[in-house]
Design a protein around this ligand. Sequence first.
Ligand code: ZN
Length: 490
Amino acid sequence: MPPVANNCETAQKEIEGIITMNTILLDPDRLFPADPSQRDIARDLYHDIKDLPIISPHGHTDPSWFAGNECFADPSTLFLVPDHYLFRMLYSQGIGLESLGVPRIDGGWVETDMRKIWHTFAANYHLFQGTPSSLWMNHVFYEVFGMTECFCSATADEFYDQINTQLATDAFRPRALLDRFNIEVIATTEGAVDELPHHRAIAGTPWAKRVITTFRPDDAIDPEREDFIENVARLGELTGEDTNQWDGYLAAMRYRRATFREFGATATDHGHPTAFTADLGKAECEALFSRCLSGGASVSDAELFRGQMLTEMAGMSLEDGMVMQIHPGSRRNVNTELFRKFGRDKGADMPSATNFLDGLKPLLDKYGNEPSLDIILFTLDETTYARELAPLAGHYPCLKLGPPWWFHDSPEGMLRYRHQITETAGFYNTVGFNDDTRAFLSIPARHDVARRMDCRFLATLVSEGRLRLNEAGVLSHELTYNLAKQGYKL
Ligand SMILES: [Zn+2]
């Protein structure tokens, strides 16, 4: 309580005088270089691109929001309960997920008083100082909801009431926010056996062009998932293919890819523990698949199967033109007790070292020189940027680099990315920004951070005589808009 109150008091004193409160709360020059001449260049570049439409080609918003267009619930349910970026930080300071209203698998007690949960968030908001979460939340508070005070215990009720009131209005329904946020297109992400009810509901309406799905078949590709066998069986039911057989399983995958394309999908996504790929003969694939389906797959069988399936999926992308995203290197559910109590996606996934060069070799030997294949690589291992990823993307025609991901989707992470990949991969082997979020209201904030950081990087190159100002102007448009549209075939 004391440090929070002090922060508030300090800010209240600062706003006395000629500077408006909003300027203090949300610096218009935030994230630009401190050097005045570089800052001027960055500000000019940003001015020209800040209002471009948002292209959101990869993310995890809930498609039911856009199909049903219902008002969002209270601020705690909207911001805190589903957002592992936020509650993991509170958990790291000893605040139990139960007290934050995160549902338990066993149905055990969790806090249901949403105002009380909001107070816990407010009292601990200082924990996010210096993190991208505070940049995003402050943007949401001051730009989206027009709040004019610091967020802390003293203002928690006022924030809760004002946000709650606005959320109940038509202007804050999901479709109205898509318009207000100037989101030209947003991709959700669904599993291989998802029947896409919400995308079906908007099919044939103008919204179907703006809200598209993405095919993420991990649930029927990873033999280590507890529901793998069940999902492969369901895949058979959905497609009429015999998924007990390797050929039928592959045919079912092709079938589902085609179904997803009917609902706008231009891309697939693969969240594997490593970047390992394989290129086995058919007999080996059949034997491996049957071991996986029998439940008797070893750890190395599971890895081999996932690796084979990445190569199969690359082959299918070559056939049907879908862009293939690979998100490797997240060690999932590291905290066993938390996983047992609360399940997946609870802030206990950790980055791990990733070997792209050896891992991707079988896939690249087979398909790497195909100019019509599009594979976008992401990493949680920043040591691979200059050593592996930029050289790979700077050589193979099928490879592009996705933006800084997850832990590295931050101002410093974006600078590290540009500094380490640009000299080998350039700008045109990248695909713009992904917000990769389930926090819908933070999407403009996240894109704004990326736009500011790109302008900052370009301004530095201009000021050092490494790029002409007119070239930087073109690049700022490319990075903000064109490369995302082209990279994802939107
Ligand atoms: Zn994602």
